[in-house]
Design a protein around this ligand. Structure first.
Ligand SMILES: *[C@@H]1O[C@H](CO)[C@@H](O)[C@H](O)[C@H]1NC(C)=O
Ligand SMILES: *[C@@H]1O[C@H](CO)[C@@H](O)[C@H](O)[C@H]1NC(C)=O
Length: 326
């Protein structure tokens, strides 16, 4: 069509002769990607040195406004010129050289939200056991955001076992951007591709790049739980054992401090010393007991031990025992 338009315009301008001698730009296109708005064209068939272009654009509800002036580029980005998400636009361009100008060449009409090319979403996968979570990020729009521009946008998630794309399965009309796919086989590599469908755009988005990830064991979660339980139990048992051992050690270390008789009790387990212990233990209770012990054991020892409490005539024996223990 642009070629036809060009031929027509060329014919008109040639016939009329009043539009100047400059040839008009060719292949005038208006396009939109992710809600931008760009007019582009090719130079005339016989470009003159120093040729500049002037572009204008209008919407269905406004007159022509200036787009780019005196540009030598072959495109004009109209996105920043206060365009509307739902606007219907037409743009035109002409070549200029000094006071000379070509005829205007008008672009086709574009309805922004309906015709814009929606770029590919980006996809990332999180593998968890025999499931894969698909996380989708919308393409970035030049004006607005995808979900503000379109009231209703859904994802079509297609996945397949790697190498078996012909057996691909699709989940369509997905509205959430995080989806857990749990109909997968364990220990298998799957590939995913996502497209966005909207309520008003004629075409779905460009498909995302293909992203692949592997599932692992289905039993992973219970297995992990079992391992965690086992580790916790092992730690508890270890703690108990350590506590018991520790308590004995504490017992060993603290007894001399807390209670000398207890301390002696262990030290005097052997028969010779045991009798001494008995004598000592019995030395604390009433005097009757003390007298009995003194009868059973060496009277001198008992008598020697007794004096510290009674009169302190001989302290050497208890002191020696204490030192021996220590
Ligand atoms: C564009 O070029 C014309 C002619 O060369 C000049 O008169 C005019 O001032 C220029 N406009 C801008 C905005 O540069
Ligand atoms: C989803 O995408 C797949 C693969 O591109 C396609 O075959 C299928 O028709 C799409 N489903 C919908 C509802 O658009």
């Amino acid at each position: 069509m642009p070629a036809t338009v060009f031929t027509f315009i060329l014919t008109v301008s040639t016939l009329c002769g009043s539009r100047g001698v400059l040839h008009a730009p060719r292949n005038v296109e208006i396009s939109s990607n992710n809600m931008d708005l760009v007019l582009s064209w090719d130079p005339p068939a016989d470009p003159t040195h120093g040729l500049l272009y002037r572009t204008e654009f209008n919407s269905s509800v406004s007159k022509y406004r200036v787009g780019c002036l005196n540009t030598s580029a072959l495109r004009c980005d109209l996105t920043s010129l206060d365009i509307n998400l739902y606007g219907t636009y037409t743009a035109r361009v002409r070549a200029e050289l000094g006071a000379e100008s070509s005829v205007w060449v008008e672009s086709p009409q574009i309805i922004l939200d309906k015709n814009t090319n929606i770029g590919p979403p980006s996809v990332s996968l999180i593998s968890n056991g025999a499931t894969i979570e698909v996380s989708i990020t919308d393409p970035v729009f030049k004006i607005s955001e995808l979900r503000r521009a379109y009231n209703y946008a859904t994802y079509n998630i297609t996945y397949w076992k790697e190498g078996q794309q012909e057996k691909a399965v699709s989940i369509s009309n997905v509205q959430q951007n995080r989806v857990v796919v749990n109909t997968l086989q364990p220990w298998t590599r799957y590939c995913f591709q996502v497209q966005i469908h909207t309520d008003r755009n004629l075409r779905p988005s460009e498909p995302s790049s293909i992203t692949c990830g592997s599932t692992t064991s289905k039993e992973e979660a219970p297995w992990v739980a079992a391992v965690v339980t086992f580790v916790v139990m092992a730690m508890v048992v270890t703690l108990v054992v350590v506590a018991v051992v520790h308590r004995k050690k504490i017992f060993h270390f603290l007894c001399p401090k807390d209670s000398l008789p207890q301390h002696f009790k262990e030290y005097l387990l052997e028969p010779p010393t045991s009798s001494i212990y008995l004598a000592m233990r019995d030395s604390h209770p009433p005097e009757e007991v003390y007298h009995q012990v003194s009868i059973i054991t060496d009277g001198r020892t008992v008598e020697e031990e007794r004096p510290p409490e009674a009169g302190g005539s001989d302290c050497s024996k208890p002191t020696e025992i204490t030192e021996g223990e220590t």
